[in-house]
Ligand binder design. Sequence first.
Ligand code: SAH
Ligand code: SF4
Length: 384
Amino acid sequence: MSSLSSQLPSSLVGLDRAALKQVLANIGVAEKEQNMRVRQIWSWLYVHGVQEIDKMTTLSGALREQLGEHHTLERLTISEKQVSEDGTRKYLFKLHDGHEIETVYIPETDRGTLCVSSQVGCTLNCTFCHTGTMRLVRNLEPHEIVGQLIAVRDDLADWHNNESKRAVSNIVMMGMGEPLYNTDHVITALNVMSDGDGTALSKRRITLSTSGVVPDIARVGDATGVMLAISLHAVRDDLRNELVPLNKKYPIEELLEACRAYPGLSNARRITFEYVMLKDVNDSDADARELVRVLSGIPAKINLIPFNPWPGSPYECSSRNRIMKFADIVNHAGYASPVRTPRGRDIMAACGQLKSASEKMSAAERKQAELAAQRLSQPVDIRE
Ligand code: SAH
Ligand code: SF4
């Protein structure tokens, strides 16, 4: 094999068009035939979800054989799967180098959302986030990002022709990692997942969440057209510097400036501002009023997230009453402010609880987390 082909993964699953074209070039398919073959393979991979190269029946037998000599349709390996009492599923996938990532599927009445990881771990150390405490970090390859969707579709037997029957209808880039510290790969992956001739997820149903990597915000918007969510969590720089240390580099005003300039922003395509509710830290009436003030002029939704505890976490979740009061102020100012119902807390699948089993909790830690999760697992309220 040439050095180029040895850089390509042996599995074709999750590859973008350029990589597939390279695969074909490497096995000697003539240039003028390549685009047509890519179209065929694309449909088998992303519309039909076939698991064997031999099932790609529009390819000639000879081509299937050649492909099969170097490549497979192997999926990401599920090393653990947990199903919550509320139906949420948490998958732990093992990557080829042994690293592990987590992906969460959240079924709701009108949609099914897949929460996808962009990195192994995260370098950013937000003080309320479990993922930020992981030591190991690497960027995921585009095919490892797309591979999460493919593996979950397999697991849910979700390869329907009829789109309205699909279990996975929405994607949120809100799993492990900061997507805009892996921007190029995330752009490639999002464009594969939203490709109309493949898995065809609507760009309106894909949301990328960032803690505020200002220089890449417009770029990802231009290159993908997906919806944007910002992990705001505080409205004063001194507090945000503490909660989201990246704020020291890109303070609130710069971040909001980038939001105002987000490509395609309109009342029909609002930015979601995520705000984790931390008891006595960022949850006062004054904070709510300031939140409304700083967002004025930006088409926005505000998503209040009850803090999800993890072993050793230094915060508590605001009380139900406090969250309701905060939401009222935000509502009265004219913002939709759904409170995110914690999902999958009993299996540590909720926001900010993800951390791969390569750093497994001790039994005592797990018990402590489960107890904390049970105490807090009463849904708060949902207003869309
Ligand atoms: N790194 C990106 C995306 C992953 S985090 C980002 O920070 O936006 C997805 C969301 O979960 C973010 O809004 C994050 O701030 C929030 N989150 C992290 N830890 C949390 C916790 N313990 N409880 C509730 N939400 C949390
Ligand atoms: Fe990283 Fe997001 Fe967690 Fe911050 S909240 S540590 S950016 S994953």
